[in-house]
Design a protein around this ligand. Structure first.
Ligand code: SAM
Length: 418
């Protein structure tokens, strides 16, 4: 546990959140969206009605906690969620957000995740640890501590910073350390350091890598807490895909999925069939490492981790026609928006891409209602569209639609009861 880290988050809980906003909107993201974690860690088969124990480790101001607790409440599922953070100030905000939403079943704790193995807590089915491990002096020790309190068939959603996508951040941090060290004592306060950071940002030459990095925007726009988190952090490091895989392995875990999957697929960026052909034999990890080097803008890595040997079986697949496809709630209008369109625009972290819309996407997505199985969707779509009448014609069309929208993190699978 590092005191400067605790001090920073006591002073500037991150991300800055106003509990009153809970009356207006639910912040949803990754990891820990319920559809996502069920799909990638429980093969879509987790029956939440029979209890679910989750830990939000380094829960900060509560984004993942609130989303997960609200999703479980919306499903009417009794869950136990433990929230843990070093910062009492962050906890206060998270607690108030939960109170505004009338979320119960949450135990709030203040302390270090390194102490978890000694706390006598029952094992957790799921652990969220988002943006925390890279702030520990020894991230591997942190992940090992989390793994000790994970149920044997449980899994984790983890986010750590991405090295290439943060190009320019660490030279800027180093410059600010130099400026602080050279400053008189009164100019070493967090407020004075923030002012210095803002001054320096304004003067960066056009060739400076931070200035040239289009992926770094949200922290810069995030007010004091965001700027401090990005440029003045007492302790942070970033990971390449290969280093993240090594970190997972050190704790006996493996990557079940990278989120969003399309960003970790070289085929999302390349059109040359010859180049793509050479990548066909690579496994998911090697393809992800290649995609990271290719895109250059992955400033954070979000992964679902399962115990070694369990990752393949943990992920839901569209091979079984009883599986039920489910769209993220905010995708409801997708089918209508896709009608007569051949491509979708995706803009993220400085990159604009056009994703081809597979044939029959509008019909197939339009038939997804969260209850129909793949077989039911075939019946519904086949009854209206002659070209999809036979299973042999429908299944490849479904698979293409599934692949595209699952990659975009819009479409998931679950078993009927879950
Ligand atoms: C960048 S914030 C992320 C908060 C939250 N997980 C999110 O994604 O919005 C990092 C959080 O980790 C907490 N933290 C850092 N080291 C910790 C430790 N050893 N044990 C528990 N929490 C820790 C900090 O207090 C801070 O609230």
């Amino acid at each position: 546990m590092s005191d400067p880290v605790r001090q920073q988050y006591e002073l500037l809980p991150y991300p800055a959140r106003d509990p009153r906003d809970e009356a207006q909107r639910l912040i949803e993201g990754s990891p820990s969206h319920l559809l996502e974690l069920n799909h990638y860690l429980f093969a879509g088969a987790r029956d939440f009605a029979h209890g679910f124990r989750a830990l939000v480790a380094g829960g900060g101001t509560g984004d993942a906690l609130i989303m997960l607790a609200q999703h479980l409440k919306d499903k009417g599922c009794p869950a136990e969620i433990v929230y843990l953070d070093l910062s009492a100030a962050a906890r206060k905000i998270a607690e108030e957000r939960a109170r505004v939403r009338n979320l119960d079943g949450i135990t709030f704790m203040t302390g270090s995740l390194l102490d978890l193995p000694g706390l006598g807590l029952a094992p957790f089915d799921y652990i969220d640890c988002c943006g925390v491990l890279h702030h520990l002096p020894d991230p591997a020790a942190g992940l090992a501590a989390l793994t000790q309190v994970l149920a044997p068939d449980g899994g984790m959603g983890v986010m750590v910073y991405g090295a290439l996508g943060r190009t320019g951040v660490y030279p800027m941090q180093a410059m600010l350390k130099t400026l602080t060290a050279q400053a008189p004592a009164p100019a070493r306060t967090p407020a004075a350091q923030l002012a210095t950071a803002r001054d320096l940002l304004k003067q960066l030459p056009a060739t400076n890598w931070l200035r040239r990095n289009p992926a770094i925007g949200d922290h810069l726009a995030g007010g004091d807490a965001g700027l401090h988190d990005l440029l003045l952090h007492a302790q942070d490091r970033a990971y390449s895909v290969a280093e993240l895989v090594e970190l997972a392995q050190s704790a006996g875990l493996e990557v079940a999925a990278f989120i969003e999957p399309w960003r970790y697929d070289p085929a999302s960026y390349l059109s040359d069939a010859g180049v793509l052909h050479r990548l066909v034999g690579l496994d998911m990890i090697a393809r992800a490492a290649f995609a990271e080097q290719l895109a250059g803008n992955l400033k954070r890595h979000i992964v679902y981790l399962a115990r070694q040997g369990r990752a393949r079986q943990a992920v839901a697949r569209p091979d079984d026609r009883v599986m039920v496809p489910v769209l993220r709630a905010d995708s409801g209008e997708l089918a209508a928006a896709l009608r007569d369109r051949h491509s979708l625009k995706v803009a993220i972290d400085g990159l604009d891409l056009k994703v081809p819309v597979p044939p029959h996407a509008a019909e197939i997505l339009g038939a997804i209602d969260g209850r129909r199985s793949i077989a039911d969707i075939h019946m519904a779509v086949g009854a209206k569209t002659e070209a999809l009448k036979s299973w042999a014609a429908f299944k490849p069309a479904f698979d293409r639609v599934y692949h595209t929208f699952n990659s975009l993190n819009r479409l998931f699978l679950q078993r009927a009861a879950s």
